[in-house]
Write a protein that binds this ligand. Sequence first.
Ligand code: ADP
Ligand code: MG
Length: 266
Amino acid sequence: MTRVVAVANQKGGVAKTTTVHSLGVALAQSGRRVLLVDVDPQASLTWACGIDPDGLERSMHEVLLRRSKAADAIAATEVDGLSVLPSTIDLAGAEMHLLTKTGREYVLRKALERIVADYDVVLIDCPPSLGILTINGLTAAQEVLIPLQCEALGQRGVGQLMETIDDVRSYTNRDLEVRGVIATMFDGRTKLARQVVEEVRANHGLEVFDPPVPKSVKVAEAPGQGRSVLEHAPTSRGAVAYRELAQVIFAPTPKPSRKKKGRSAS
Ligand code: ADP
Ligand code: MG
């Protein structure tokens, strides 16, 4: 079954987009069919995939206004098996429009309904707010990943995000699961970074995935080239971390216990 995963944090610059893109490329490179969904009017994910939003006839804006089917707005990327439902700045206008509509929280979910089965994984890149676009992302998803920049103020917003997730569970998406936290731009040399990870575990009971994604110039350079760090610098520490995270978070099925005795399949 397809896994639909929203990547959310109302704070900007915590590596939501980088995480969606890098995990998506890692999964596509391991043979999965992946759709990246850009729900941010800033369209950073669209740019990072090498697509110029200004040249698009159809995008998330048209999809959310029901002027286009999602299938018709999807674009291929240079990575085999990786497609993107792109965004444009027009999406900021769609946000205003949505607010006046009945069923406004469900528009993305409905739009994706017909195409989700064409993919193994759908990753939704939410904007840096807890507004209606993020609510649409959380309502369309089965799981949430929370990227967290491990600095003093980084974890303050987690409580607020968890409240929003609880609201979404109460009103629009009862089964939404918080998969866990990805520590981003991690500087393991500082005590603070490790402290923040511990606090998030303790205060919110959230799993913090291993490994953290190290702060790395290679990761920062990649989007300017219209690529992810996995294509830009495949052996860099950032690329390695995202590849490992993709394996940890999207393991195909739980591995059977090794201790269990039984007939060998070979
Ligand atoms: P968000 O989507 O949460 O706003 P982005 O993914 O756009 O965040 O990341 C914000 C900035 O930080 C971007 O310029 C990105 O290239 C950079 N960045 C993300 N992850 C790393 C990292 N591990 N090391 C260095 N820079 C990073
Ligand atoms: Mg972003």
